[in-house]
Design a protein around this ligand. Structure first.
Ligand code: NAD
Ligand code: TYD
Length: 358
């Protein structure tokens, strides 16, 4: 076959498509590009949830495959069966706190899994790299921590501090090495903290929404002075779409919202939004803020210089933070069944291990 599968569509493998960012990327591609067949490979770990994509059931250009990116036979077979031409690789263990208590799963999925995919691409594409692409989705955390000033550019040296960021840094290096060594066409993007619908309530914003809703303490690590640069998840998906279609092979693109917030200021704003939405008295939710023992190796500040993707590809974030936060809170308030299902079972055990001793 030359460039297309039997349905005359280009097959794109998206890994981790049942997770937070992956589900927004899968939806965007399935709905926008009828000329592609999207194959979503996801292991459905605690972070993966097919309900995130229930609206795509029955879409003729969408297939879900439950499986592990570390399973060589499965991945090789997928490339051949579906004549995969392009990959958008999002599957990962993604939570810093879990990487501190259980680093090995991060090494396995984030590093070994990435190499399994790269090897399969190399094998399947050995006759020609024409019209092939391996797009690796990464994080700004690989650059380490900033002081009070400065921004991460694409040329900032890697300096990861957590097992999560070290495993992502390693996978970024391997992706670039497979380009330099074997010629695989690759592109990498490094994005700042995402927020929005469908984010698992272990990350700061959905965890705080869930706890405020249930009148539980809102845990703020250390003194809450750490700074993150927040981007609405659909703006990230739009950037991924652009890099996928217009990014230059072997290049890196930093993606970020020019939207830096100290954790404590962000949480106070969120409490105020929640007071309004829940008809509570102003200041009531903020009483739940509880300072707890800091995260080990906690990076002080992340902030992205997104100048390159803005100049070269014309991307800009579409939403102001206030509007994005409002939409996010509304989504969580309107999707209590989703929260209930993801916070039953394993979550309770995780939560008590993570927070009750702090
Ligand atoms: P997530 O934890 O919500 O989802 C990860 C998905 O990968 C889940 O569906 C999970 O089931 C799947 N998965 C995990 N291990 C797998 C394996 N071995 N085989 C197949 N599937 C597996 O993560 P996310 O927040 O959506 O992040 C997606 C990607 O974006 C990651 O690579 C992450 O490093 C990167 N990223 C995330 C952020 C952020 O703020 N969340 C920012 C920048 C980059
Ligand atoms: P998180 O959402 O885990 O993202 P990341 O570690 O990838 O930046 O955390 C965002 C910030 O919020 C980070 O500085 C750690 C802090 N944080 C808390 O203060 N309390 C919490 O319960 C969590 C999960 C995070």
């Amino acid at each position: 076959m030359s460039g297309q599968n039997m349905n005359n569509k280009v097959s794109i493998l998206i890994t981790g498509g049942a997770g937070f960012i992956g589900s927004h990327v899968v939806r965007r591609f399935v709905q926008k590009y009828a000329q592609y067949t999207i194959i979503n490979l996801d292991k459905l770990t605690y972070a993966g949830n097919l309900e995130n994509l229930s609206d795509l059931q029955g879409s003729p250009n969408y297939r879900f495959v439950k499986g592990d990116i570390c399973d060589e036979a499965l991945v090789e077979n997928l490339f051949h069966t579906h004549d995969i031409h392009k990959v958008i690789h999002l599957a990962a263990e993604s939570h810093v706190d879990r990487s501190i208590s259980n680093p090995m799963e991060f090494i396995r999925t984030n590093i070994v899994g990435t190499v399994v995919l790269l090897n399969a691409a190399r094998n399947a594409w050995k006759n020609s790299f024409a019209d092939r692409l391996f797009y690796h989705i990464s994080t700004d955390e690989v650059y380490g921590s900033l002081g009070e000033t400065g921004l991460f550019t694409e040329d900032t040296s890697y300096d990861p501090h957590s097992p999560y960021s070290a495993s992502k840094a390693s996978s970024d290096h391997l992706v670039r090495a497979y380009h330099d060594t074997y010629g695989i066409p690759v592109v990498v993007s490094n994005c700042s903290n995402n927020y929005g619908p469908n984010q698992f309530p272990e990350k700061l914003i959905p965890l705080a929404i869930h706890n405020i809703l249930n009148n539980r303490p809102v845990p703020v690590y250390g003194s809450g002075e750490n700074v993150r640069d927040w981007l609405y998840v659909e703006d990230h998906a739009a950037a991924i779409d652009l890099v996928f279609h217009a990014g230059k092979v072997a290049e890196t693109y930093n993606i970020g919202g020019h939207n830096e917030w100290k954790n404590i200021d962000l949480i106070r704003m969120l409490c105020s939004v929640m007071d309004r939405k829940l008809n509570r008295q102003e200041g009531e939710s903020a009483k739940l803020i509880t300072f707890v023992k800091d995260r080990a190796g906690h990076d002080l500040r992340y902030a992205i210089d997104a100048g390159k993707i803005e100049r070269e590809l014309g991307w800009t974030p579409s939403l102001q933070f206030e509007e994005g936060l409002e939409r996010t809170v509304d989504w969580y308030l309107n999707n209590s069944e989703w929260i209930r299902s993801v916070t039953s079972g394993e979550y309770t055990e995780y939560y008590s291990k993570q927070y009750e001793h702090r």
